[in-house]
Ligand binder design. Structure first.
Ligand code: Y12
Ligand code: CO
Length: 175
């Protein structure tokens, strides 16, 4: 399966992802293709809508204490629902669909998530630290929400100006 990362301001990123009903080869092929795409792009999280598949699917691979990402730490998350939250935290987030831009975003510190694995088994997980932040960032994608939507009005205006300039420069250097 050939995948490409969808980049802001593409409207695909605003689509709401649909619940997965079939835990079949099509789903497994999508998950199997998302993993190398995320790793090649130096990502730690990727939602299916970022590769133009509007399914409630996301993958996460948080670096360990040696800053390494192994296949064993890969999480495949289908149809996630946050059932509990506590605390507040802030982290400088980035997104493969919004290249070159990073900004501090407020999130819940601790979350409990119900989800299904690639076979449809129901699971519950508690997440804190970077995993909790990545979960919340990727789950926002399933609802068509980007981290830039959480910026203040003035910060967002500044972002739009800088981002447009970056896209223009990128386009002219590719000519
Ligand atoms: C904390 C913050 C954000 C998340 C969501 C997942 N975000 C990512 O995985 C973002 C990755 C990313 C990688 C980039 O590529 C390189 O650094 C080589 C990148 O590059 C550029 O902007 C040029 C941007 C974002 C979870 C937890
Ligand atoms: Co993102």
């Amino acid at each position: 399966m050939k995948l490409e990362i969808v980049v802001y301001p593409n409207k695909i990123l605003r689509e709401k992802s649909k619940k997965v009903e079939k835990f079949d080869k099509e789903l497994h092929d999508l998950l199997d293709a998302m993993y190398p795409m995320m790793m090649e792009s130096n990502g730690i999280g990727l939602a299916a809508i970022q590769v133009a598949h509007a399914k409630q699917v996301l993958i996460l691979n948080i670096p360990d204490e040696n800053d390494e990402q192994t296949e064993e730490s890969l999480l495949e998350i289908i149809n996630p629902i946050i059932t509990n939250t506590s605390g507040q935290t802030s982290y400088q987030e980035g997104c493969l669909s919004v290249p070159t831009f990073y900004e501090d975003i407020n999130r819940h510190e601790l979350i409990t998530v119900n989800y299904q694995d690639r076979y449809g088994n129901t699971k519950t997980m508690e997440a804190d630290g970077l995993l909790s932040i990545a979960f919340q960032h990727e789950m926002d994608h399933l609802n068509g929400i980007l981290f830039i939507d959480k910026l203040s009005y003035s910060r967002r205006k500044k972002f739009e100006k800088e981002y447009k300039k970056m896209l223009k420069e990128k386009k002219s250097s590719n000519k």
